[in-house]
Design a protein around this ligand. Sequence first.
Ligand SMILES: Cc1ncc(C[n+]2csc(CCOP(=O)(O)OP(=O)(O)O)c2C)c(N)n1
Ligand code: SF4
Ligand SMILES: [Mg+2]
Length: 294
Amino acid sequence: MSKERIRICDEFYGVMPPEYQDLVESATYGKQDRGWKDVGIAKELIEEHSLCAGCPESIAFRYVLACLPNPEDTVMVGSTGCTSLVFPHVAVHNIHSLFGNQNAIASGLKRSLALRFPGRVKDVVVLAGDGATVDIGLDMTLQSWFRQEKFTTICFDNELYANTGGQESGLMQRGFVSKMAPAGKRFDKVRLPEIAQESGCHYVATLTVSKPNRVEKALRQAILIAREVGPTYIQMYTPCILEIGKQAMEGLQEMRDSEGPNDRFAFKEYMSDEAKEYLASIAPAKKQPALSEN
Ligand SMILES: Cc1ncc(C[n+]2csc(CCOP(=O)(O)OP(=O)(O)O)c2C)c(N)n1
Ligand code: SF4
Ligand SMILES: [Mg+2]
């Protein structure tokens, strides 16, 4: 894979928009070891967005895009919510689905890509908010896992419906009071990572985006396992700083304060035996120590 796919022929170079010329020159498409360290140079990542200043969803998006192993052959499926403000700025194929339908759309897409491009790796990655994943889309989310659809679901969990002003979501924590849910949440946060495991996901990770190398590892594992073994799920805390009353610079600290060993976003990972075997089978062989001469 390389930038060959997006190359502009010489005759048309001058009439192409400068953003496209820039993409062809600066994209990290085809770079073998792409990862979060490319965030500052990769043109296909968002340069601008219309999220609130300092919203952790923006850096989470950048890490995800920078770490996709195969961006030129990846299709992302989004849903309505704050995340959908970002997709129009992203130079990776993406589809906007009706709120909650994202895992149904991704199922059909993944199957049709496999039929249309046999023998070529095509990754499908759903990226949606907690309201879309857990509340309105729960049926679609679960059914795709039960059916063992081979794609990754990423939930940007900000524990409420941010885009519509702060309604209660299934992933909201007990007792939390938001602008549109003034009585406070009466139940515990739904344990979606555990449900994902029990519903057939082969890799499940819960994390914040405070540690980019952790995001990179989780995402790569999730995508590789989804390609060959079955569905994978990543739940990332991307706090809505607007709703929890934090300043633009305070999102990172909020994530750090929520990922201690006993906190609700403590780093957790689950991998099925099948997934472990698969990752072991594709791991580069360890170098044998050189034999001594005598
Ligand atoms: C079918 C449908 N139902 C409801 C809505 C209204 N709506 C838009 S965004 C949203 C909440 C999004 O919450 P979440 O998925 O958590 O994303 P966030 O904005 O928090 O990132 C709702 C209910 C809609 N656009 N379409
Ligand atoms: S409302 Fe919340 S989640 Fe949405 S962009 Fe603003 S800070 Fe981010
Ligand atoms: Mg939300």
